[in-house]
Design a protein around this ligand. Structure first.
Ligand code: ADP
Ligand code: ADP
Length: 234
């Protein structure tokens, strides 16, 4: 279970701009194994919540619990270890263009100090899972957008995270490719049992793979529930 408790995030104002409160007391509970959507208009706080969840941003107040562990109190080596429990898939893929596909997937394991043989074995398994066997020695620029995002998914899974966070992960893809990538995320959820959190502004994305969702507006959760109730066709 991921528990978000009364999360507040205020950014200090730059220059003459005043401070901005992006999250105004967000509380959520995401059960293990779920594909959970976070939806809301631009500026509602989705990215801020995501960066708090993947521990790239420190909340101003409130807590994030992953299983038994309170992630909001960590720093240093503990924080770095906790970050490996959460894998992120980015809108713009964020691949390293000077590295092959295989070495992109190995990268998080390299940073974590995993030995060469072990990380190679893991990366090859993941490339097979995402349907990219045979592309190991290819460079990202030689792949289609959908294939690049498959590499992004494999890389996010490399360190065996408990949670896969998808940050507008299909916004840069055409509709058919979007469906294929979403179906892959659903398959990863089934096969690996990883909890998936999907940040999106698109209801179609929610409808295709999420079981439940929360709707954010102006830094607050305004609605939570099962997808069928939230985005029912009128
Ligand atoms: P969304 O992802 O839903 O578009 P964001 O979390 O990006 O929402 O933004 C929520 C609010 O916080 C917006 O008003 C945005 O301008 C502000 N904001 C986001 N990131 C920063 C930042 N690094 N510094 C200052 N303000 C920010
Ligand atoms: P390190 O020792 O690895 O440099 P720090 O504790 O200095 O780690 O934090 C590095 C980054 O992580 C900073 O950008 C900070 O905002 C963010 N951060 C620190 N503590 C937390 C936390 N408890 N939750 C989320 N983000 C955090």
């Amino acid at each position: 279970m991921i528990v978000v408790e009364n999360l507040v995030k205020t950014y200090p104002g730059a220059g003459r701009a005043g401070e901005v409160t992006a999250l105004r007391g967000v509380s959520l509970q995401i059960p293990d194994g779920e594909i959970y959507g976070i939806v809301g208009p631009s500026g509602s706080g989705k990215s801020t919540l995501l960066r708090c969840l993947n521990l790239l941003e420190k909340p101003t107040s409130g807590r994030i619990l992953l299983g038994e562990d309170d992630l909001s109190t960590l720093s240093g080596a503990q924080l770095r270890a906790a970050r490996r429990r959460i894998g992120t898939v980015f809108q713009q893929f964020n691949l390293l263009h000077s590295r092959t596909v295989l070495r992109n997937v190995e990268f998080p394991l390299e940073v974590a100090g995993v030995g060469k043989q072990q990380r190679r074995t893991r990366a090859l398994e993941l490339l097979d899972l995402v349907g990219l066997s045979g592309k190991e020695e290819t460079f990202p620029s030689q792949l289609s957008g959908g294939q690049q995002q498959r590499v992004g998914i494999a890389r996010a899974l490399a360190a065996e995270p408990e949670v896969l966070l998808c940050d507008e992960a299909t916004s840069a893809l055409d509709p058919d490719t979007t469906d294929q990538v979403l179906d892959l995320v659903a398959e990863v959820n089934r096969r690996l049992g990883v909890t998936v959190v999907v940040i999106t502004h698109e209801l179609g994305v929610l409808r295709r793979i999420c079981t439940s969702a929360a709707r954010l507006d102006a830094g607050r959760v305004v609605e939570t529930g099962r997808i069928v109730d939230l985005v029912a066709d009128p």
